[in-house]
Ligand binder design. Structure first.
Ligand SMILES: [Zn+2]
Length: 354
C-alpha cells in the first residue's frame, strides 16, 4: 500500500512537470501565431531556434526577414542571437550579407552591414585587424574586395616610406625588405657564399647560403631545358645602395628614382636573398629565359618579386629579372595564389588574429 502511494506521488509530480513545460511551449507557439506567423513558419522557428531565444523572436515581432534568415543555406543555429541583433541594427541590409558577416566569427557587429563587408570577410586573405582600413579603402576606391585586401595587407593604402619598421631578422628566408621595412646600415648576412663559374657574370656575386644552393639548383634545372641563367647582381651592401640611389636621384630626380630604386636600407639586395638575372633591362621581358623563370622559379623557392600588374602593391615597376628566395613552401603559395611577398608576409607571418 505504501509503495503504491509513493508511485502515485511520483506520477503526479511527473504529470505536473509535463504540463508546466508543455504549456510553456504551447504558449510560445500561440504567441508566435498571434504575432502573425503561419503554422508552418512557427514550426520552422521551433525546429531551428533554441528555446532560450524564443523571447528574442517575440521581441522582434512579425518579420519576414526572420523566415529568410532561417531558410538560408548558411544559417547556423548557434549564431541566431547575433543574426537578430545585427539585423535589428541593419534592417535595410541584405539578409545574405548579415549572415556572411556574422558567420565570419569576427566581432564585426559595430560596423554597418554592407555588401562590401560581406565580400571582404569571404576573401582568403582577409585579416580581421585590418577591417577598418579595408572599408575606408573600399569606400573611396572603385576596386573589388580581393584588390582591397591586397592593397591594405601590403600597407599600400599608406604612402610609401610613410611608416618605417625594422625588418625582422628572425624571419630568416622570409625577411621582408620593402618601402616600409628596412635593414640597418650595418646589417650584413653572416652566411654569404660566392656564386662563380657558370652561375655568375656579375660583380655582386654573393648570396646567403640556402638561397645560393637553391639558385644553383634552379640554374642546373633550367639548363636541362636549354635555358641559360646566371646571376648579374645579388648581395649589395648598404653603401653600394647609397651610391646607386644618389646617382639615380641626380639623373632622374627623387620621385622618379623612388619608382625603380630603393633607398639605402630598403633594398632587398642587402638581404642577400635575391638575384638580378641575365639582363637587367625591360628588354628581358618576354624572352625564353624570363618566361622560364616566371613559370618555374617557385619550384626552387624563388619568386618574381616585382610583378607586372602589382606596381601599386610593391611600389616598384615590373622587374622581370629580379627574383627573391623565400623557400619552396612560401614560393608555392605565392605562385599559386598570385600574391606578392608583402601579402604573404602580412597574412602568414605578421597576422595573429585569424
Ligand atoms: Zn634587383
Amino acid at each position: 500500500m505504501k509503495r503504491v502511494l509513493i508511485i502515485l506521488f511520483i506520477l503526479i509530480i511527473a504529470v505536473t512537470f509535463f504540463f508546466i513545460f508543455y504549456k510553456k511551449d504551447l504558449s510560445y507557439e500561440d504567441k508566435m501565431k498571434n504575432l502573425g506567423y503561419s503554422s508552418s513558419e512557427v514550426s520552422l522557428i521551433l525546429d531551428n531556434v533554441s528555446s532560450q531565444n524564443y523571447d528574442l523572436v517575440l521581441e522582434l515581432g512579425y518579420d519576414k526577414s526572420l523566415i529568410n534568415i532561417l531558410n538560408s543555406n548558411d544559417y547556423k543555429e548557434n549564431n541566431f542571437e547575433n543574426y537578430i541583433k545585427y539585423y535589428m541594427k541593419n534592417k535595410k541590409a541584405n539578409i545574405g550579407d548579415i549572415i556572411s558577416i556574422v558567420n565570419s566569427n569576427y566581432d564585426l557587429m559595430n560596423y554597418p552591414a554592407s555588401g562590401l563587408l560581406a565580400n571582404l570577410v569571404k576573401e582568403k586573405y582577409y585579416i580581421n585587424a585590418n577591417v577598418a582600413r579595408y572599408l575606408d579603402y573600399g569606400n573611396s576606391h572603385d576596386v573589388n574586395s580581393k584588390k582591397i585586401i591586397s592593397i591594405v595587407n601590403s600597407k599600400a593604402d599608406l604612402e610609401f616610406y610613410s611608416e618605417s619598421y625594422d625588418s625582422n631578422l628572425n624571419d630568416n628566408n622570409l625577411i621582408l625588405v620593402n618601402k616600409f621595412y628596412h635593414l640597418k646600415e650595418d646589417y650584413v648576412p653572416n652566411d654569404l657564399v660566392t656564386l662563380s663559374g657558370q652561375y655568375n657574370k656579375g660583380a655582386n656575386n654573393k648570396m646567403r647560403k640556402d638561397a645560393a644552393l637553391a639558385f644553383m639548383e634552379m640554374v642546373d634545372a633550367a639548363k636541362l631545358d636549354n635555358i641559360i641563367l646566371y646571376n648579374m647582381s645579388a648581395y649589395r651592401d648598404y653603401n653600394y645602395q647609397v651610391n646607386l640611389y644618389n646617382k639615380y636621384i641626380q639623373r632622374d630626380g627623387k620621385e622618379a628614382a623612388d619608382k625603380y630604386s630603393a633607398r639605402p636600407g630598403y633594398s632587398e639586395h642587402q638581404s642577400g636573398l635575391c638575384s638580378d638575372l641575365n639582363n637587367i633591362s625591360d628588354s628581358f621581358d618576354g624572352t625564353d629565359e624570363a618566361i622560364w623563370l616566371k613559370n618555374n622559379a617557385y619550384k626552387y623557392g624563388f619568386i618574381l618579386r616585382f610583378p607586372k600588374d602589382k606596381e601599386d602593391i610593391t611600389g616598384y615597376k615590373y622587374e622581370p629579372w629580379h627574383y627573391r628566395y623565400v623557400g619552396k613552401d612560401a614560393a608555392k603559395i605565392i605562385y599559386d595564389d598570385d600574391i606578392t611577398l608583402e601579402e604573404y608576409y602580412a597574412y602568414y607571418i605578421e597576422n595573429t588574429s585569424n
